[in-house]
Design a protein around this ligand. Structure first.
Ligand SMILES: Nc1nc2c(c(=O)[nH]1)N=C(CO)CN2
Length: 154
């Protein structure tokens, strides 16, 4: 059975082939179709860095329909981050590509290395803004609020 996932993308470093963060996200959105069918793409936004990161971010979001369950999808996303040259570094530091599962059609998922809903998405405007553009009526299973409603509160 296929599931729908809302995935947030972020980048604030150049890639040697793809170029600027915006172009990294465009390339990543193409690559994501290796893991399922990309049914919606939010326009990429520029956003000021939150936390210790230094450079401006490009952020985006997609909806992916996939046969993978959450752990298998997470493994696929991590593999893609590595392919794009992401190295383990400082938590919250600069990165070529960050891919996070925000919500999925199955509701909650709780494991040591994966929590859905994503723990911090409700307070991150750089996630809520692109997510609201393509999945405003998706609901947070914990609060019952839609992304549109959560975004209006931030
Ligand atoms: N604006 C913005 N700031 C960030 C972001 C991000 O994607 N966008 N990601 C971070 C590390 O995950 C740290 N800070």
């Amino acid at each position: 059975m296929s599931s729908s996932y809302l995935i947030a993308l972020g980048s604030n470093r150049r890639h040697h082939l793809y170029g600027r963060p915006r172009d990294v996200l465009r390339a990543a959105m193409e690559e994501l179709s290796a893991l399922g069918t990309v049914t919606r793409r939010a326009p990429v936004i520029d956003s000021a860095p939150m936390g210790p990161a230094q450079r401006q971010f490009a952020n985006g979001a997609i909806v992916l329909d996939s046969e993978y369950d959450p752990p298998a999808l997470l493994a696929g996303l991590k593999r893609m981050e590595r392919q794009f040259g992401r190295r383990k570094g400082r938590r919250w530091g600069d990165r070529v590509l960050d891919l996070d599962i925000v919500l999925w059609s199955g509701g909650e998922w709780q494991a040591d290395d994966l929590l859905i809903p994503h723990v911090d998405f409700r307070v991150r405007d750089f996630v809520l803004s692109p997510a609201g553009a393509i999945a405003g009526d998706w609901r947070d299973p914990l609060s019952g609020l839609s992304i549109r409603q959560i975004a209006a509160r931030v």
